[in-house]
Design a binder for this molecule. Sequence first.
Ligand code: PRP
Ligand code: HPA
Length: 176
Amino acid sequence: FEKDIEFLTANLDRYADFPKPGINFRDTFALFRNPVTYKKVIDIFTDHISKLGADVIVGLESRGFILGGAICYNLGIPFVPIRKKGKLPGKVVEFKYELEYGQDVFEIQEAAIKKGAKVVIVDDLIATGGSCMAAIELLKKVQAEVVECVVLVELTDLDWRSKVSTKTTSFIKIDS
Ligand code: PRP
Ligand code: HPA
């Protein structure tokens, strides 16, 4: 996949000062709206995750949904969303977290995951690691086993490793 990764990196969009001054925003939607790059992305994720023995993929709102759905379709395993507060019906567990440009609350439906299930967390990008850490904490609360976090893009100059102790795989490594 080495040539594909170079191609994907070259096709990522970047917006200065979004959503706040000083943030250099990498827009992975640029890769999702092009069927050629989207297919490459899904193939790379599917190949990697197929070797992890996951029972469930958990996708993080919002871009983790676009990845997770297609990967689950390929692997024939369930997709479970983690959403921002107030979006999921029924009994939920919640966890508050910090991002590069603010604060948020994540929720998961308590009944969505069986105790002891092997979970792979999927998202488009890891920056401060706040989102992945919050997802790991939520999955601990529902007694799932997080096997790995898999993200498309890692911002290498941000200290997400101090927050995220679970094994993390990224395919595109760039500075913020
Ligand atoms: C972005 C991105 C990741 C997260 C990464 O989503 O898609 O989920 O931030 O940042 P972190 O590693 O510092 O937590 P965002 O929270 O902007 O949400 P959205 O997809 O709902 O717009
Ligand atoms: N892109 C998408 N999400 C983000 C970014 C980014 O550059 N930084 C922090 N979260």
